[in-house]
Design a protein around this ligand. Structure first.
Ligand code: ATP
Length: 373
């Protein structure tokens, strides 16, 4: 049962299709044929390195940026030529961008005033929205009297007040400190699910994208490299770029024997994109949790750094000239001081691979280690 007018039933969100978007800024191709289809009520994160076109894609969808070619289609209607005000989208920016001279209630009610809604219903609706974001008792406060997290909640309520068909979030958490950020991350996701509103979220923080989104779209140079669920992106990255951008991995040149590779002297099954697997020479992309180590004074490999992360500790282990990252439980890390000789071993079922980068075949010895190990 829906008890709040802005709460929709699942499946009522809009279907969004961005098709072949190209946006040039002078000679810069900010979007280079970017396409994605987003399901009603879905939460999609656009993730990628700085300058890959995330914000431009969001702004094109919102109508703040024009297109050189391609189309923006929402629920089957081409909006490419429709002005931003008529697109029915709500946007939250990185900077809170509230009106400093209005209290929280009036900030939230602003869009409704612009739509000429009468004061009574307008205020009632703004109050409901503030309640929805947990700020019912802050209605009369001005932005300078609120914390960053509270201001961003008001900005969210303001974006939702006009009942947009699509919610656009441009790095809304990046100005907040880590704790508030984590709290608000959970709150936004819970609210988005409850409202069943189609949402596009821009971030360069992979943890944020993986923990919040139904699907993550990894972008590079204005293109959609892979869009998939967080688990698929992590476990089945389509390209080496995705594997290295999503999650931490260390590259290790390896020898290939038939369908297998040799890592730390042992044969392992491989996983990765077809194109990577079929290429001649390979690097293993080792996740920190793919490798275990045991102390062995006769080993050539040794620990160079030890970083406490809480429940786990990340070790940097020198393997020849290559450093790999290995995560161990913190209670087992006490004896693993820098300088400790250790023997690494692959513990995952299979190992991600990518075409070899910058190391010639001659550098790799028969046991799969670089020749200098
Ligand atoms: P970030 O994570 O740093 O915000 P982003 O992925 O959101 O980056 P965009 O802001 O979309 O990237 O920019 C994509 C490219 O287009 C960049 O090379 C950027 O310099 C360029 N660009 C974006 N807006 C403009 C503009 N108004 N004028 C000129 N170049 C622009």
């Amino acid at each position: 049962m829906v008890d709040n007018p802005v709460v929709r039933n699942p499946g009522e969100g809009a279907r969004v299709k961005l098709d072949g978007l190209v946006r040039m800024f002078g000679h810069t191709r900010a979007l280079d044929g970017f396409s994605i289809s987003i399901e009603p009520g879905e939460f999609v994160a656009l993730l990628g390195p700085s300058g890959c076109g995330k914000t431009t894609a969001l702004r094109v969808l919102a109508g703040f940026e024009s297109l050189d070619s391609g189309s923006v289609v929402v629920d089957g209607k081409d909006l490419s030529q429709v002005r931003a005000q008529k697109r029915d989208m709500g946007m939250v920016f990185q900077s809170y961008s509230l009106f400093p001279n209005m209290n929280a209630l009036n900030n939230v009610a602003y869009g409704l005033r612009m739509r000429r809604q009468r004061p009574g219903p307008r205020k009632a609706k703004a109050s409901q929205l503030l309640e929805l974001v947990g700020l019912a008792d802050q209605a009369s406060k001005y932005p300078h009297q609120m914390s960053g997290g509270q201001q961003q909640r008001v900005a969210l309520a303001r974006a939702l007040a006009v009942e947009p068909r699509v919610l656009l979030l441009d790095e809304p958490l990046s100005a907040l400190d880590a704790k508030v950020r984590a709290e608000l991350r959970d709150e936004i996701r819970a609210l988005q699910t409850r409202l069943a509103i189609t949402t596009v979220f821009v971030t360069h923080d992979q943890e944020e994208a993986l923990s919040m989104a139904d699907r993550v779209c990894v972008m590079s140079a204005g293109r959609n490299v892979q869009t998939a669920t967080p688990v698929t992106l992590y476990e089945r990255p389509a390209t080496a770029f995705v594997a290295e951008f999503v999650g931490v991995s260390s590259r290790l040149p390896v020898e290939r024997i038939g369908d297998e590779i040799v890592v730390f002297g042992e044969r392992c099954a491989v996983r990765g994109a077809e194109q990577a697997i079929s290429s001649g020479t390979l690097d293993a992309l080792l996740r920190p949790e793919d490798v275990a180590i045991e102390v062995d004074p006769s080993a050539k490999e040794f620990v160079t750094h030890r970083n406490f992360l809480g429940a786990s500790t990340r070790l940097i282990v020198q393997v020849g000239e290559i450093s790999i990252r290995v995560d161990v439980r913190s209670d087992l890390a006490a004896e693993l001081e820098p300088g400790t000789r250790v023997r690494p071993k692959v513990v995952s079922r299979d190992v991600l691979v990518a075409p070899r980068m910058n190391v010639s075949v001659a550098d790799v010895s028969a046991n799969g280690h670089p020749a200098h190990v």
